[in-house]
Design a protein around this ligand. Structure first.
Ligand code: PLP
Length: 365
């Protein structure tokens, strides 16, 4: 039958009429950028997270750059980031003038930890970017206890729940989101947000997203044209009330996979006390590429995402540790072994059974 790797379209099908009405309302309003829909979404999204401020921006990559700038990051500073994450987590650093410093991740959760961050701190470290990778929830408080502010890169973890019911995006000093269509909360184009409990940081982010100006008259910084548009905000508002149900579905599907794939492949471990809304379900196996071929032959979506980790990509070699195998051992091994298998807000148990059967046959388990 085949199973798609992800499925961003099906979950919005029951919302068709509401989405159409929201889009038509924007068309009729004549306000297209940073208007009432964006303001309403910012309020609703901050309330959903349990934080004070959400500021809409153009995408999740600029959200990180702007968050770093708001923290005062600039030339001469170091910013710690895992090498095992999506490229954009690190790509967002050099535009501030700062230097990326790569840290390793934990072998069980694939997340940066206080230990992996501490190992690479320098006197120049001004901030740490911690991705809630694949929807898992990193221990932000333990990392901030090292004395450096954390930017929670929450692009993959909308709808996840952390320890004590706190949502990723409302844990650290400042957090960023991407609303790229394939993310857990996806617009119908690009979009992003920067979230924080600090009024001062939120004001700075608003200034930076609009060309470095607070009043469109005077310019206090060289900023960005990084705005969320009304159409995307209206579309996100329709979907936001569904995010928790979609997150629960992803979480339960993950538990189902973990039970069924025991002894077949290594499955991701949820962080202690967390209920991840798995964005990607990333398994590990020494013969990952062989499994990829076997799944592809059965029309089951599968894909390695970070086969070449960031520190080994050409533009980042200048920032790489001299001996990556020694400095980033988990990253190097996870890069070879990982493989994403189908996951979505609407994946069925029959689809999961098909994936499990194919993996079991391919591994000979
Ligand atoms: C998608 C993603 C980003 C970038 O978001 P865009 O909206 O595509 O710019 C950043 N970090 C992580 C971890 C992501 O998955």
């Amino acid at each position: 039958m085949g199973v798609p790797l992800f499925d961003p379209a099906t979950p919005t099908r029951p919302l068709r009429a509401e989405l159409r009405a929201a889009v038509h309302a924007v068309l009729d309003s004549g306000a297209f950028v940073l208007g009432p829909e964006v303001e309403a979404f910012e309020r609703e999204f901050a309330a959903y997270l349990g934080t004070s401020h959400a500021v809409g921006v153009a995408n999740g990559t600029e959200a990180i750059t702007i968050a770093l700038r708001a923290l005062g990051v600039g030339p001469g500073d170091d910013v710690v980031v895992p090498s095992f994450t999506f490229w954009a987590s690190a790509e967002a650093i050099p535009p501030t003038g700062a230097r990326p410093v790569f840290c390793d991740v934990d072998d069980a959760t694939m997340l940066a930890t206080a230990d992996t961050v501490r190992a690479v701190l320098t006197p120049q470290t001004k901030a740490v970017i911690v991705p809630h990778l694949f929807g898992n929830v990193a221990d932000i408080a333990a990392i901030e206890a090292l004395g450096v502010p954390v930017v929670e890169d929450t692009a993959q973890a909308a709808g996840s729940i952390g320890p004590d019911g706190v949502r990723p995006g409302a844990i650290g000093t400042i957090a960023t989101f991407s609303f790229y269509p394939s993310k857990n909360l996806g617009a119908f184009g690009d979009g992003g947000a920067v979230c924080t409990a600090s009024q001062e940081l939120a004001d700075t982010v608003r200034m930076l997203r609009f060309h470095g100006s607070r009043d469109k008259v005077d310019y206090e910084a060289v900023g960005y044209n990084s705005r969320l548009d009304e159409m995307q905000a209206a579309i996100l508002r329709v979907q936001l009330p569904c995010l928790d149900a979609w997150g629960r579905h992803r979480n339960l599907a993950g538990e189902r996979y973990a039970a069924a794939l025991d002894g077949v492949v290594r499955t991701p471990q949820a962080a202690a006390g967390a209920a991840p809304a798995w964005h990607l379900y990333m398994v590990r196996h020494p013969r990952a590429d062989q499994l990829l071929t076997a799944l592809t032959a059965k029309e089951i979506g599968a894909r390695p995402y970070y086969r070449t980790p960031i520190h080994a990509q050409a533009p980042m070699l200048q920032y790489a540790p001299t001996d990556p195998e020694a400095a980033l051992p988990v990253t190097v091994q996870a890069a070879r072994e990982h493989l994403a298998i189908p996951m979505s807000a609407v994946i069925t148990s029959a689809q999961q059974d098909e994936v499990v059967a194919a993996l079991t046959a391919a591994t000979g388990a």
